[in-house]
Design a protein around this ligand. Sequence first.
Ligand code: CUA
Length: 204
Amino acid sequence: MSAPDTLEREQEPADEHLTMGIDPWEKNWMLVSIVLLVVFAAAITVAGFAAGFQLPGEESEVDPRTVATEGPWAEPGLRELGEGRYEAYILAQAWSFAPRELVVPIGAEVDIYVTSPDLQHGFKITDTNVNMQIVPGQVSKLSFTFDEIGEFPYICTEYCGSAHAAMFGTVKVVSQADFDAAESGATDTSEATDTSEATAEAQG
Ligand code: CUA
């Protein structure tokens, strides 16, 4: 602030400087606060509609006593819904995530459903805007499109006990070719097992 401003400020404003009896400094601060409100409203609008920010909503309710053994979380992991669309079921429990690793092809749009059978946890995927509170008996859902190849660790963000820091997993975003190869590789392995079992039976 320059010296003349300070001097001017210390003087009582002359009557001709008052608007409706409001001190010019007070009027300026009122203008600043109105501008701030407009900026905040614009930021929320842009975040919500242009940048795709979502508030994690309460999607549905589940029975925390049976969620680990019945329904989609009994076999947690990734499922294909259609072309480029997937859903992932993740169980946050003391003190691990199931699954520990989620392999998705690049460009996959994934609906992520997380719940907990025991305590309150957090679910945050590093370097994404996926960050949810996980409450037992409630399903937290966010959608995310993975458009960058790499490893994105997910961590528990709510203190949940002695091994809280050990609660983590990884989203591996791979090329479509690698994803297809991994899937057919998994199929090959099971076929190989079947074959060896068949051979064992034939030999026995
Ligand atoms: Cu689960 Cu911290």
